[in-house]
Design a protein around this ligand. Structure first.
Ligand code: SF4
Ligand code: SF4
Length: 235
């Protein structure tokens, strides 16, 4: 929507994403607002900043849970689109911000915004999640989180020279851990029973998670689906 003398509102954000129409942005906001959890996550905002003072991401990034609660409370569609296209990926989902005296849950609002961003396959979301594809692959296929063999210089460049040392000496490092069953194992953070894995694969398919992965990253979907379907057919 172009800014005119009639609709100019200094309290609302400017259009920083003209590639998307106001109506398209508003549709995303309404999708968040229609979520049954929304009413429990937002009651208004005192702008007191208590959530910011407890937020680890606000300490290290240009990020503020207060701005998110405020934008949602003001129904500032342009600002909400700025947030959905970037800020939401800076949240650690730790929920320290639920100490909000107004009863808000800014981290929960981020969860809703992320779900809408993923469901709508937003390009910014695809770009952000591409960097996590190896983590998603590992979590969904192995029932594990980040495993030792993922500590590679190209994946964790911010670790500097240490990560190259870790990856070069991984079997030696791994031998040093005190759990007998995992000595020498570098592709798993822990062992997951086959029965559990097959249950997880079934859950990923039945709950529509695999459809979401397909929407966001088709290559990753093909890799996961091939292995999962083969395993499920063999059981
Ligand atoms: S969301 Fe809650 S804690 Fe954060 S600024 Fe608003 S009222 Fe304060
Ligand atoms: S859930 Fe997100 S917004 Fe809330 S405190 Fe944690 S990092 Fe900050």
């Amino acid at each position: 929507m172009p800014t005119t003398l009639e609709n100019w509102n200094p309290g609302k954000a400017e259009n920083r994403h003209p590639e998307m129409t106001y109506e398209e942005k508003e549709k995303l906001f309404l999708e968040v607002k229609e979520d049954p959890r929304y009413e429990d996550f937002l009651y208004g905002c005192y702008e007191c900043g208590i959530c910011v003072s407890s937020c680890p991401s606000a300490r290290f990034y240009d990020y503020s849970p207060r701005v998110i609660a405020q934008a949602m409370a003001r129904e500032d569609v342009e600002r909400i689109y700025d947030i959905i296209s970037e800020d939401i990926w800076n949240c650690a989902q730790c929920f320290s911000c639920v100490r909000c005296p107004r009863g808000n849950n800014p981290g929960g609002l981020v969860t809703l915004l992320r779900e809408v961003a993923v469901r709508n396959g937003l390009q910014e979301t695809r770009d952000v999640l591409q960097g996590y594809s190896r983590v998603i692959y590992k979590v969904m296929l192995k029932g594990n989180q980040v495993s030792p063999d993922m500590l590679q210089p190209d994946f964790f460049p911010d670790w500097g020279p240490w990560v190259a040392q870790f990856s070069a000496n991984m079997p030696v490092w791994r031998k040093a851990i005190p759990v007998d069953t995992l000595r020498g194992v570098t592709d798993a953070a822990w062992r997951t029973e086959r029965k559990t894995l097959l249950e997880l694969y079934t859950i990923w398919f039945e709950t529509g998670n695999m459809d979401i992965i397909k929407e966001i990253d088709e290559g990753l979907y093909d890799l996961l689906a091939e292995v999962m379907q083969e395993e499920l057919e063999d059981q």
